[in-house]
Design a protein around this ligand. Sequence first.
Ligand code: NAI
Length: 701
Amino acid sequence: MSASYDIRDGIAVITMNNPPVNGLGLDTRIGIASGLERAQADASVKAIVITGGGKAFSGGADIREFGSPKAIAEPNLLSLIRALELCSKPVVAAVHTVCMGGGLELALGCHYRVTAPGAQIALPEVKIGLIPGAGGTQRLPRVLGLETALNMIVSGEPVKSELLAAQPGQKLFDKVIEGDLLEGAVAYAKEVAALHAGGQPLPLVRDLKVKHPNAPAYLQFARNMVKGMSKNFPAPGKCVDAVALSVTAKFDDGMAGEREIFMGLMVTPEAKALRHMFLGERAASKIPDVPDTTPVREIKRVGVIGAGTMGGGITMNFLNAGIPVTMLEMKQEALDRGVATIRKNYEAQVKKGKLKADKYEQRMALLSTTLSYDDLKDADLVIEAVFEELGVKEAVFKQLDAVVKPGAILASNTSTLDVDKIAAFTQRPQDVVGMHFFSPANVMKLLEVVRGKATAKDVLATVMAIAKKIKKTAVVSGVCDGFIGNRMIEQYSRQAGFLLDEGCTPSQVDKAIERFGFAMGPFRMGDLAGNDIGWAIRKRRAVEQANLRYSKTADLLCEMGRYGQKTGAGWYDYQAGKRDAMASPVVEQMIADHRKELGITPRKISDEEIVQRLVFALVNEAAHILEEGIANKASDIDMVYLTGYGFPLHRGGPLCYADTVGLYNVVTAMKRFAQNPLDDAAFWQPAPLLAKLAAEGKTFS
Ligand code: NAI
C-alpha cells in the first residue's frame, strides 16, 4: 500500500507515499481508502488529515495505468472521492508543492483544504487531450467561480496556491499555513472537529452553487475563444462543454456528463497522440543497457568550440542553466561576433519581457572567451561546433585530447560525419559522444545523443542528465549517415522532389503537408535552412551515391543561386526583409523545363497522395532505423520528429500515425507507389520490420 497511517494528537494522518509525485495508482488509492476506514472505526480519532509525502501532495492519476484494468479497479478515483465526502469525520486535505489533476480532484472531495504557500495547483488533463475525469470540471467552478476555473481547466496551467487563496469569495482553501504544514493542518483539523462535535453536517463542494452574473454569455465567449486557439485538438472545447454543466445541470448529472465526455476523448487519436508524447518524452531518457543507477560525471564547466550559428545557441543553453561556458574560436573577430549574437538574442528576450535585466547580466557573467586551448583544460564537457569537415574536426579533437583533463567528455555537434571516426582522432574514444543540437539551438527542444562504438555508459548517462538540465528532449541514436532525424528527412525530401518532377508545384506540396499539420512544408523549410546545405552534401556524396535517384530540380535551383531566404530567393520569391513565401514563376518554369527534358507529361496529384508519399517515406526509413538498432524504440523516433521536425503533435509522430492508419494500409499504399515508373520502386520496398508487423497485424508501439 502506497499510503501510511498514523495518529497525531487524536487526528489520523494519511500520507500518500508513491514517489516521485504520489500518483494515484491503485496501491495509493487502496492505502487512502483503508486509512479512511481505520479512522472511522477508531473512536479516539476526531478528524483526518490527508497529505502527500516527499515532493508533492499529488501529481494526479497514474498515466501508466490508463487503459489498463488497474485504472478502473476499485476503489477507483471517483469512488474514493465519494468515500471522502461520505466520511463521518471531517477530512482535511493538507496541500503542498504539487497538487494537480486527480490530486486536486481528491482534495476537492475533502471537507476542508489547507495549503502551504507556493503549491502549484492545476488540472492539466487538457495537455494530454482529456478533460478532468473525477469531478474537476464540476467542483472547481463551485469553489473558484466560473471564470477562474474555466481558465485553469482549458489551459491546464498551474496557479500558485496563495494567489488562489487570495481571490475574494473563493472556497478552494480554508487556510494558508505558513511554517510546518502538517502541524498546522493537525491543529486546523482539531478546530473543525470541535465545530462538528455536535453532529453538524460536513461541508461538501458538491452542495455549492456556481456564481456568475451572466454565465450563458460568458460560456459563449469562452467557446469562441477556445475554438480559435485549439485547432486540431478537441479537448479544450470539451472542457468548456463540461464546465458549462456545472452551471446548467444538477451536480450528479454534471458528473455523468463529465464522465461521458471524458470517455469519448480517451479514444480519440489526438488524446492517444498526446499521451504517446507524454510517455515517449519520459521513455526517451531510458537506455536499455544503461541503468538509472549508472554513475554520472559532474559537469561544472563547459567549453564550446566555434562561436558560429550553432556554437552560440549551444552556449546559451548552458548559461541559461547557470553553468559557466568558455567559447573558443580561431580569431578574435569571430569571438566578438559570436558574443554579440548571444547578447542580441538575450536583449530581444529582455525587450519582450521574457527575461529580467539582472538575469541577463548574470548569464553573460558566466560566459568567457578564448583563443587558446589551454583555457579549456579544466572543462568537464567540451562541445565542438566548427565547420563540417572531417579534417577540421580532426585538428580540433587532437588538440582537445592533448590538453583537456582526463575524464572530461568530448562531444561533437556534427550533423553528418562519423562520430566513430572523430572518436578515433583521440586516445580516449570512450569519452567521445555526439551531441547533435538543432537550429536555433537555444530554442529547439531536440538533442540527438549519438552513441559511438566506444562511448562509455557513464558518458551517455551524464549527457542524458545534462540534457535534462538544459531542458532538452534527448534521444539516443546510433552512428549512421544523418542519424535518426536527418536520415529520415532525406527520404522525405527525395519524395518531395519526385512530386515536382511528376507535376506538383512547390507550394502545392507545402500546402498539402501543412494542412496535414506540419509547421512548414519541405520547400519552405529548405528556403529557411538554406538549399545550399543539401547541395553541398549531395556533391560530397556524389561518388558513393551515384546510383541514388533523386530529382535534379534542387541542384538546378542552387545553380541559379537561389539558396533560400538568405539570398532573397529559393523555391519561392521573397521581398526584402520579409519572410512570406511567394510562388515564383521562374522556379515553376525551371521545373516545367526539367520535366520536358525528361519527357514527363505532368499529372494532377492529390493532396492525399502527397501526404502519404511524404509521411510513409519517413515511416519506412524509420522502420529500417529501428531494425538496425540505430534507435532503441519506436517512441524515440516519434520524439525526434515531434520535437525537432515540426511533425504535427496531434498525430503523435510518424510511427504513432502509421499505427493509427494501420500498418497493413501503409504497406498497401507503398506497393501502389512502387508501381509508379517515375518514383523509386526500390525505395518503396517495405522495410522487413514494417512488412512483418503489417503481416502479423501488429503495430510499432
Ligand atoms: P558556422 O559556420 O556558423 O560556425 C562555425 C564556427 O566555427 C565559425 O565561427 C568558425 O570560425 C569556427 N571554426 C571553424 N574552425 C574552427 C577551429 N578549428 N577552431 C575553432 N573554431 C573554428 O557553422 P554552424 O552552422 O554553426 O555549424 C557548426 C557545426 O554544427 C557543423 O558541424 C554543422 O554540421 C553542425 N550543425 C549545424 C546545424 C545548422 O543548422 N547550422 C544543425 C546541427 C548541426
